[in-house]
Design a protein. Sequence first.
Length: 246
Amino acid sequence: MAQPYNEKTYDYFKKPLPVRLMASIREGRFRKGMQDWLEWHVFVYPVGAYHALVSREFVFEGRRYRYYVHSNGAVSDERTLEIPIAKAFIEENKPKNMLEVGNVLGIHFKAGVNHTVVDKYEKGEGIINEDIVDYKPDRKFDMVISLSTMEHVGFDEELKDASKTEKSMRNILSMLEPDGKLLITVPVGYNPAMDDYIRNTRLDKRFMLKTSAFNDWVETTEEEAFRHRSDSKYRRSNAVAIIRKI
């Protein structure tokens, strides 16, 4: 079961690995600290080297993208494909006023556009700490992006509320200008309410499937994607939905 998606979780994973390990030992959580250390040294770093030197590219809608490699561990999960797709989406559509739900892009690259970030938990300059269900901006946006964040809404919270999936998505769509663009990525087989939304939405949707323990990804069908749950055949996300308004 995932940890509650809260401020304590953010603070822990923002710290450097050696600091996290020592803190776990001091707090009597030696097993957790060793799991963290082993995950990085046995899995994350080797996968990063693999994508940097061997399997460098993936294909999405006929276009080749380089896997994204970053020292913060993004290489070991769906971030490795989300970041290149999001970067291309921004460059192609050139938004003037963009909203991001969940503070992800700023960690990995400069979007180069007017960029509003709403993140319920993460503290930082310019980040609006509000629940996306309740957020009411005083303007519309010509683009909204959210990368592997919406699956946590109403699910990885101390008080679970499945209705927040539909409410938050409806709120996001209401913030878009009539011709605004939307890009949302979420893991399939993680949050049942989000899975239901993906199945029923009329928005454009595409799917990517993890095909190896080294975090290789290929395009797949909706039917095939929903046969795979997170942390089933492979660790973390096994399939990802890419939801768009284009």
